[in-house]
Design a protein around this ligand. Structure first.
Ligand code: FAD
Length: 355
């Protein structure tokens, strides 16, 4: 198999919103770069969101640097509005993008990092990992799950409620996915919401704008080295989007604490009672998709990389963007990722001038 080798200043691994934000600032530096993405088309994780998935912020609060997301007429932008925006964003800036390529390793080669994807390799002077989390769904283990004969599905692969019509369904998870999927599935199925603690709902008037402002306040306080008091509630708490408000009015937003174990045909609760269950939808979140960095030996036991801001502490040619608060407040959001994309490119430019 002949290997095609390309030299670039910067290789960006991943082609979602975080990668596009980094590319926007990189393009202004004149450095050579490439986006290497596993998807067949633009949009990153948004290509796999469920049909009714909506942003929890208006379009003006959901734009990446350089070009505002066009306003939508019916409430907050839906999955297809975001996909359309990211597709047009890529077309608008014509970033050098190679897809579909799955990067399976990043290795040290002299003063380069070698990025490998099948029969392709890129020799890069700096690498930005922007691979998100969607490709690494988290499923908690419950005793008996291997012998449970019902269906199990992670929210990453949920599309719509129809397949669950008339069934007994458990929706497990206390975040926005859990609330939005419970709201929808409960219209067609006998749905029970299972959460480790009582779900935290934000006030009806708190949406992504407010959460981003709070994240910005925390970021400024962090820079100033001070701590600030903030109202309870952050990006992980439930935004009262219309479908969740409607579910509250229908009286279905009640969650129970987790079951003890699976039986073959259902679950057993703490009081020893058993319930038949046809399907479990795991809305239990994700972990960073970092398997491609294991060859560098920089991944920690918690499945992250030790960073100073977005800069790997152990590998000076590596940056990580878009993975959530550990790589910058609100960095896993469209509006939040711009801040860390900009600072990352400034650091890379400094680094390339010196190396
Ligand atoms: P992704 O979009 O996941 O893109 C990563 C890309 O990297 C993908 O194309 C993937 O295929 C690719 N990739 C992964 N591994 C490799 C590899 N080894 N080699 C090559 N390519 C690879 N955000 C908001 O801003 N506003 C919201 O209202 C909002 N609501 C949300 C609601 C829910 C229910 C969920 C689950 C998320 C929500 N988000 C929201 C968050 C947002 O969807 C994600 O955080 C966002 O997609 C992250 O962007 P990213 O570019 O970091 O990663």
């Amino acid at each position: 198999m002949s290997v095609t080798r390309t030299e670039v200043d910067v290789a960006i691994i991943g082609g979602g919103q975080a990668a596009l934000a980094v590319a926007y600032f990189l393009r202004r530096t004149g450095r050579s770069f490439v986006i290497i993405d596993a998807e067949d088309a633009p949009g990153g994780a948004w290509r796999h969101g469920w049909n009714s998935l909506r942003l929890f912020s208006p379009s003006t609060w959901s734009s990446i640097a350089g070009w505002m997301m066009p306003p939508v007429t019916n409430g907050y932008p839906g999955r297809d509005d975001v996909l359309d925006y990211l597709r047009k964003y890529e077309q608008r800036y014509q970033f050098p993008t190679e897809r579909p390529y799955w990067v399976n390793a990043v290795e040290r080669r002299g003063n380069h990092l070698q990025v490998r994807a099948g029969d392709r390799t890129w020799q890069a002077r700096a690498v930005v990992s922007a691979t998100g989390t969607w490709r690494n769904p988290f499923l908690p283990h419950y005793p008996g799950s291997e012998t449970f004969t019902g269906q199990q599905l992670h929210s990453a692969h949920y599309v719509e409620p129809a397949p669950f019509a008339g069934k007994k369904v458990l929706v497990v998870g206390a975040g926005n996915s859990g609330a939005q999927i419970l709201a929808e599935v409960s219209t067609v199925a006998d749905a029970t919401w299972v959460t480790p603690q009582p779900p935290q709902f934000l006030a009806d008037d708190v949406d992504g704008r407010v959460l981003f402002e709070r994240a910005t306040e925390r970021w400024k306080a962090q820079l100033a080295g001070i701590t600030i008091e903030q109202p309870v509630g952050g990006l992980g708490d439930i935004v009262m989007v219309p479908s969740v408000v409607e579910a509250r009015e229908r009286g279905v937003l009640h969650a129970v604490r987790p079951f003890l174990r699976f039986t073959e045909t259902g679950v057993e609760w703490a009081d020893g009672s058993q319930t038949p269950v046809d399907a479990v939808i795991w809305c239990t979140g994700f972990r960073p998709a970092l398997a491609h960095l294991e060859t560098l030996g920089v991944c920690t036991g918690e499945g992250r990389v030790a960073v100073d801001g977005t800069h790997s502490i152990e590998e000076p040619r590596l940056w990580l963007v878009g993975y959530g608060d550990w790589t910058g407040a609100a960095s896993a959001t469209l509006i939040g990722v711009t801040r860390t994309a900009r600072s990352t490119v400034e650091e890379i430019e400094q680094f390339l001038k010196q190396h």
